[in-house]
Ligand binder design. Structure first.
Ligand code: GLN
Length: 203
């Protein structure tokens, strides 16, 4: 059985837990480094990235997660989670110098669409996704403003606008909140990433 950890320091935790559980994964809420032991993949939820980084710093959680990420652990970051996975954040001082997780060769711009009142939903076309457009919920969302050569763009707003979903190897990140919709396709995509990263089981 696939065990997925959801970083549960702050933000939209329960919605991710519910969606992953509905997909048949075992889910563990993770607040301390030792709770990462044995997880096959990790979700970094949306919320407020500085608040999350501050809470994580108290227990060294993101240092441990970064080490496991570098060793190949699949991670799915949504909104603030995308910011925490970014190697570079514009106005990086806004994260107050706390450790983040990194790994994605991108520069993120926080609150790039505006503040809370500029939250919106847009039906997005996602690369490789069959069926109807994905109902993407943006809340004080970041944009990917620069990306390295190994980063695959999965979605842009307005078709050819700002980049809002990316994949790089074992890392998946969206500026929007798929856990706040009824559409499980991105979580299913992540679960498939996790499964394909697990060693084959001898039978
Ligand atoms: N604006 C938030 C940040 O900078 C992210 C918002 C969200 O996760 N919905 O961390």
């Amino acid at each position: 059985m696939t065990l997925i950890g959801v970083i549960a320091l702050q933000g939209a935790v329960s919605e991710h837990v519910a969606m992953l559980t509905a997909l048949g994964a075992s889910v563990r809420e993770v607040r301390t480094p030792d709770q990462l032991e044995g997880v096959d993949g990790v979700v970094l939820p949306g919320g407020e990235s500085t608040a999350m980084a501050r809470a994580a710093a108290k227990v060294g959680l993101f240092e441990e997660l970064a080490a496991r990420r570098a060793a190949g652990l699949p991670i799915f970051g949504t909104c603030a989670g995308l910011i925490l996975l970014s190697e570079r954040v514009e106005d990086g001082a806004a994260l107050d110098g706390f450790a983040t997780v990194g790994g994605l060769d991108i520069t993120a711009r926080r609150n790039a669409f505006g503040g809370q009142l500029a939250s919106f939903t847009e039906d997005l076309s996602v690369a490789g996704m069959d069926g109807p457009a994905f109902p993407a919920v943006f809340i004080r969302a970041p944009q990917v403003v620069e990306l390295g050569p190994d980063v695959e763009v999965l979605a842009r707003t307005g078709g050819d606008g700002p980049v809002v979903a990316v994949r790089q190897g074992n890392l998946l990140a969206t500026s929007f909140h798929p856990e706040l919709t009824a559409d499980v396709r991105l979580h299913r995509y992540f679960r498939a990433m996790v499964r394909s990263s697990q060693p084959p089981v001898d039978v």
